[in-house]
Ligand binder design. Structure first.
Ligand SMILES: Nc1ncnc2c1ncn2[C@@H]1O[C@H](COP(=O)(O)OP(=O)(O)OP(=O)(O)O)[C@@H](O)[C@H]1O
Ligand SMILES: [Mg+2]
Length: 411
C-alpha cells in the first residue's frame, strides 16, 4: 500500500460513520443542535463552519468525549463499544495531546503495547509523519506543526478505517499541508472514511469530495462538494455587450436575474450560456465576452454561512464590516446587502440528489433559489426567516452574542 507501511494487507476496510441527532448544550448555550450526517467510506469529507459553529464539539460527541445527545456509529457500532478503538477510529482533536516529557517514540510505544499493535508500527508511523529525526525528543520542545504530526502518527498507529481530524493542517508548513492532503486522499482511496475539519477552504477544495457544513450548531448542508458549490449565487453566465440596457431588459423578460458588475459586465443566472448567447444574436447585440463563472468553495461557503457566523470582526474603520467579505459581495451585486443577513440555507426539495441542503421553506432548483434571492427586495427573501443578525460589536473587537467566549462545560 502506497505511503502507509504496516497496512493490513487484504483487509476489508469498511468504515461508514453515521451521526444521528447529535446535540450538546453548555449552560443555556446550544453548541450543537440535532446534527445528523453520514461520512461514507472512500471519501474525504470536509467539516466546515464558522468559528464557534460546533465542529470540535461535534467531533468530541462522535468520540464519546462529551456528554450530549445523539448517537454516532462506526459500521453500526458506537465508539465506546468498539473492541479495538485505536485500530478502528483514529483521531486528532488537539494539537498537542501528549505528556510533555514523554519522548515521542515512547508515547507511541505505550499506545501500541496497550492496543496490541506491533512495535514496528511505531517506527513506521513516526517516519511516515516526518518525525524520524526527533523521535527521541520530548513533545514539550515541539512546535505546533510537530505536535500535529505526532497527533497524526498517533491516529494512524492502529491503521484505522476511520480518521476524525480537527483542523490537522493547523500549524503545518506548506510542504506539510501538501503531504497531509495527499496522505488523506490516499487513505480515502483505500476505502477509509476521513472526516476532517479545516478553515483552509482552498485546501479543502482540493482534498474533499464531500462536505458537512454547519452554522451555529445546526446543519446547513451535507453531500457532494460539487453540489454544494453549484448552489452558490456566484455561479453565473458573464456577458459583456455593446447594448447592456437592451440585453438586461430582454434577459429579465425571460425570467433571468441580471446583475451589472462594476466593470460593466452582466452576471446572469436563470439562463445558460447557450441561451444568453442566442438571445444576444437574436437582438443583434454585439458580444465581446461570454463565459460561465463557477463559484469557488470559499464563495459558496460564505454565501451559505453568512447568517450563521457567530463572531464578527470589525474592520476598524468605523463602519461595521459585514460577515465574511460582505463588502466585496455587495460591490459585485451579489449576496445580501452590507449588514443584512445572507441566507441561512434552509431549502431542499432536491430529494434523491447527493446534496442535502437543510431547508425550511423554499422550493425549486438552486438556480431558481439564487434568482429569487437576487430579485427579492428584502434580505434573501423567500428562504424562511433568517436568524436575527447579532448586534454589531464595538469597533476593533471580536465578540459573540453574550460578549463571552467560553464558560464551563455545562455537561
Ligand atoms: N467547554 C465549553 N464550555 C462552554 N462552552 C463551550 C465549550 N466548548 C465549546 N463551547 C461553545 O460551544 C460552541 C461551539 O464551540 P466549538 O469549539 O465546537 O466550535 P468550532 O466550530 O470548533 O469553532 P472553531 O472553528 O473556532 O474551532 C461555541 O459557542 C463555544 O463557545
Ligand atoms: Mg474547533
Amino acid at each position: 500500500m502506497a505511503g502507509l507501511p504496516g497496512h493490513r494487507e487484504g483487509s476489508a476496510i469498511m468504515a461508514l460513520i453515521q451521526a444521528r441527532g447529535l446535540s450538546k448544550t453548555f449552560g443555556n448555550k446550544a453548541a450543537v443542535r440535532g446534527l445528523s450526517f453520514d461520512v461514507v467510506p472512500g471519501s474525504v469529507t470536509g467539516f466546515l463552519g464558522p468559528n464557534g459553529a460546533g465542529k470540535s464539539t461535534t467531533m468530541r460527541l462522535m468520540l464519546g468525549l462529551d456528554n450530549g445527545e445523539g448517537v454516532t456509529t462506526y459500521d453500526g457500532v458506537p465508539y465506546r463499544e468498539l473492541r479495538q478503538p485505536l485500530r478502528q477510529v483514529g483521531s486528532v482533536l488537539d494539537a498537542k495531546p501528549f505528556h510533555p516529557t514523554r519522548k515521542a517514540v515512547n508515547h507511541l510505544r505505550m499506545l501500541a503495547v496497550s492496543n496490541h499493535i506491533p512495535s514496528s508500527r511505531v517506527t513506521d508511523v513516526i517516519n511516515l509523519v516526518g518525525l524520524g529525526d526527533v523521535a527521541n525528543a520530548k513533545p514539550k520542545t515541539f512546535s505546533l506543526g510537530m505536535g500535529q504530526r505526532l497527533g497524526l502518527a498517533t491516529a494512524l498507529l492502529g491503521d484505522p478505517g476511520t480518521l476524525i481530524l480537527d483542523e490537522p493542517a493547523n500549524g503545518l508548513d506548506p510542504q506539510g499541508v501538501h503531504w497531509l492532503r495527499n496522505m488523506l486522499k490516499t487513505l480515502a482511496g483505500q476505502g477509509r472514511s476521513i472526516f476532517v475539519s479545516s478553515h483552509l477552504l482552498s485546501e479543502m477544495a482540493l482534498m474533499a469530495d464531500s462536505l458537512v457544513v454547519v452554522g451555529r450548531g445546526s446543519l446547513i448542508a451535507s453531500g457532494k462538494m460539487s453540489d454544494f458549490i453549484s448552489t452558490s449565487n456566484r455561479n453565473a453566465v458573464v456577458i459583456r455587450v455593446d447594448q447592456p440596457d437592451l440585453m438586461i431588459r430582454e434577459l429579465r423578460a425571460r425570467q433571468a436575474a441580471v446583475v451589472t458588475e462594476p466593470d460593466g459586465k452582466l452576471a446572469v443566472t436563470g439562463l445558460d450560456s447557450d441561451r444568453v448567447g442566442a438571445l444576444a444574436h437574436e437582438l443583434g447585440v454585439r458580444v465581446f465576452e461570454l463565459s460561465n463563472r463557477q463559484a469557488t468553495l470559499e464563495e459558496a461557503f460564505l454565501d451559505a454561512t453568512g447568517a450563521s457566523e457567530e463572531f464578527r470582526a470589525s474592520m476598524g474603520f468605523g463602519n461595521q464590516a459585514p460577515a465574511f467579505g460582505g463588502p466585496m459581495m455587495g460591490q459585485l451585486g451579489y449576496g445580501a446587502p452590507s449588514g443584512l443577513p445572507s441566507r441561512r440555507v434552509a431549502t431542499d426539495r432536491r430529494q434523491g440528489t447527493a446534496l442535502s441542503l437543510v431547508n425550511r421553506a423554499a422550493t425549486g432548483s438552486p438556480g431558481a433559489m439564487a434568482n429569487r434571492r437576487r430579485a427579492a427586495t428584502g434580505p434573501r427573501g423567500g428562504y424562511g426567516a433568517p436568524p436575527p443578525a447579532p448586534p454589531p460589536p464595538a469597533p476593533d473587537t471580536v465578540s459573540n452574542e453574550d460578549g463571552s467566549r467560553r464558560g464551563g462545560d455545562g455537561a
